[in-house]
Design a protein around this ligand. Structure first.
Ligand code: FAD
Length: 332
């Protein structure tokens, strides 16, 4: 299949400071699955400045092709320039489906592009599948504050567009040494990049690891009892190189920031190890963590639903168990 009018699946690749965000690889993985059902190919759309060297990494994670739009106007993200870039790619190559990560950038960009190309957008999807009969994309997302799951189709307009929550889809295994099939395309930017001028970029100090990038999460719930008592969990996390996360109850109580909330209305995580400490295992919490490789639960209630998904469970008081666990690991 050529690049022109390929009716394929296009993935917007989000890169910041020449580093591709994880959700872009996850979307390539999901795109390959959808592509198999549609007999289509997955094209990564890479916008930026001096970013050509990133293309092979996209191929390594499964992209069949890469469309590269490389221009000084794209060095720093601005809505205008990136909208113009994505709009031009869509107009020229006519994809069937376009996917974006539901990140701050994706949530800003995708609605602008969808309005420009006169199509719909399903935001914040947690599930994507091809309808076996119609071949339309079935886009599922939580609605009404997460109380129902809504499945949305876009039969009459093209492309079908969605933003997808980071951490929900799975990236493919990396193929070392893969070489990208690149098509360079530049629609010209000067005239279309005049309303916004970036004077300065002030970066948030990032001493904390994003819970979606962490390998080990030590997550605390209402059972922890207080903000101060989270120190027990922090000591365990420090000992094993973990990161603190929490249930919504701990966030609502003001013990933890919303940005570390796991679950349906928080973040979806997939670490190697997930400690659920003083967390009951409500369905809305499980929705955000049950794909973790190994789940270890500590809870004083032997009937807590968290034990249904746990690989290892300890029934008992976390105030006794967590310090013992930390000491034992330190002694190893
Ligand atoms: P609880 O359910 O109160 O559980 C506390 C647990 O700690 C209990 O199992 C108890 O046995 C145990 N415990 C108590 N003391 C100790 C001790 N000393 N030692 C050991 N164990 C102890 N929740 C989320 O987490 N994330 C979400 O994104 C989310 N989204 C939601 C969206 C909607 C629309 C709704 C309706 C709810 C949502 N919730 C979410 C809330 C969810 O339903 C639960 O209320 C919440 O997950 C409970 O948090 P928890 O497990 O920390 O608290």
């Amino acid at each position: 299949m050529g690049f022109e009018n390929n009716k394929g699946i296009f993935i917007f690749i989000q890169q910041v400071d020449n580093k591709i965000t994880n959700v872009s690889f996850e979307l390539i993985g999901k795109g390959k699955e959808l592509a198999a059902d549609l007999g289509a190919e997955v094209t990564a759309v890479l916008l930026g400045y001096k970013v050509k060297s990133l293309a092979d990494e996209l191929a390594a994670y499964g992209a069949d092709k890469v469309i590269l739009v490389d221009d000084p106007a794209l060095e720093i993200y601005t809505t205008e320039a990136y909208t113009h870039g994505m709009y031009s790619v869509i107009e020229r190559y006519n994809p069937e489906i376009v996917l974006y990560g539901a990140t701050a950038i994706g949530r800003d960009l995708a609605p602008r592009v969808s309005a420009r190309v006169h199509t719909g957008l399903t935001a914040d999807c947690t599930k994507l599948e091809v309808d076996p009969e119609t071949k339309y994309l079935r886009m599922t997302r939580p609605a009404f504050g997460g109380n129902i799951m809504a499945t949305i189709l876009c039969p009459n307009f093209r492309p079908q567009m969605a933003t997808v929550r980071p951490g929900v889809m799975q990236k493919l295994k990396k193929i070392e040494g893969a070489k990208a099939n690149i098509k360079e395309f530049n629609p010209g930017f000067e005239k279309n990049h005049k309303y916004v001028e970036v004077l300065d970029v002030i970066k948030k100090p990032s001493s904390k690891i994003d819970i979606q990038e962490a390998n080990i999460l030590v997550s605390g719930g209402r059972g922890v009892g207080s903000k101060e008592n989270f120190k027990l969990l922090e000591e365990l996390a420090d000992t094993i190189g973990g990161t603190i996360s929490s249930s919504r109850a701990s966030v609502d109580a003001g013990w933890q920031d919303k940005e570390v909330q796991v679950g349906q209305t928080g973040k979806t995580v997939r670490p190697h190890v997930y400690f659920a400490i003083g967390i009951s295992g409500a369905i809305q919490h499980l929705a955000g963590m049950e794909e973790s490789d190994v789940i270890i639960a500590i809870n004083k209630d032997p009937y807590a639903p968290i034990f249904d998904v746990a690989d290892y469970g300890v029934v008992g008081d976390l105030n006794q168990i967590v310090p013992i666990l930390t000491e034992k690991i330190k002694a190893e």
